[in-house]
Write a protein that binds this ligand. Structure first.
Ligand code: NAD
Length: 259
């Protein structure tokens, strides 16, 4: 499927750590060259990811950008394409977590909007500019976004985050319909609780030790999983074999939610 001379190319945002990093490494193992993005402050971790991808035998490039800024996203796609030759797979993974637990009645709208800038606007900009590049190439593509269990149903206290991830699901459906004629599929993954900084270190900082996301979501009996357990699903969505799957948000959550 993937010849040595014409490798497919992926761009993964928020790839300095966590789920994004696992996706980047998995796609490299699948035989893709990979551009890894994160915020400039995460450059060192990006360079580590680049070195690991190169060790797998694939080309890699680090492209810093804030995905909530349109000019930066445009430049990110251009840089990835100049460095690796083309773009076949966009994984708009970058996102920010739930933050402070607060009810709708007590919501600080400004704080919620800051999250939406990254989770909603950032995802939209990544979809937009990767789609334009893929349409220009004329050889189809795969666009993949990060929704969440929290985008598929509400959870008390985390409304700002739930809204943003529901928006990713909705955007995925619209974009899928618009890009069908170009052979570009658009899907998102909806993880349950995955062991990353977002759900461990940062959650502890926000809520104190002993806090668990599972308890917050009132799903204490559910298993947690590793970033690689999400990456394997993204691997399928990124593959040519998944051409008949589009507009879907695929749960990777130990069976908490059935769509
Ligand atoms: P993480 O916080 O460990 O990693 C996210 C990465 O995105 C970080 O490296 C961060 O620097 C980067 N990032 C943040 N804002 C950015 C911006 N504006 N521009 C570019 N990069 C930016 O998170 P994770 O747990 O690996 O989650 C990855 C994605 O999966 C997120 O969209 C998250 O909402 C989603 N998700 C995670 C879980 C979970 O349980 N961990 C569950 C459901 C959905």
């Amino acid at each position: 499927m993937n010849t040595h001379h014409n490798p497919r190319v992926a761009l993964v945002t928020g790839a300095a750590r966590g789920i994004g990093r696992a996706i980047a490494l998995r796609l490299a193992a699948d035989g893709l060259d990979v551009a890894v993005n994160d915020l400039p402050a995460q450059s060192d971790f990006l360079y580590t990811a680049v070195a690991e991808i190169q060790r797998i035998g694939r080309k890699a490039v680090a492209v810093t950008a804030d995905v909530s800024k349109e000019k930066e996203v445009e430049a990110m796609v251009d840089t990835a394409v100049s460095a690796l030759g083309r773009l076949d797979v966009m994984v708009a993974n970058a996102g920010v977590g739930a933050g402070r637990v607060v009810s709708v009645m007590d919501a600080d709208i400004g704080e919620w909007e800051k999250r939406w800038e990254i989770n909603i606007r950032g995802t939209l900009l990544c979809y937009k500019h990767s789609a334009r590049q893929m349409v220009k190439q004329g050889t189809g593509g795969r666009i993949i976004g990060a929704s969440s269990l929290c985008g598929l149903r509400g959870f008390a206290g985390v409304g700002g985050y739930c809204i943003s991830k529901a928006a990713v699901r909705s955007l995925t459906q619209t974009t899928a319909l618009e890009l069908r004629e170009y052979g570009i599929t658009v899907n998102s993954y909806a993880p349950g609780v995955i062991e990353t900084d977002m759900t461990t270190k940062e959650a502890d900082k926000e809520h104190g030790p002993g806090f668990t996301v599972k308890n917050l979501l009132k799903i204490p009996e559910v298993r947690t999983a590793k970033p690689a357990d999400v990456a394997v699903v993204v691997s399928f969505l990124a593959s040519p074999d998944s051409h008949f799957v589009t507009g879907q948000t695929i749960s990777v959550d130990d069976g908490v939610h059935f769509s």
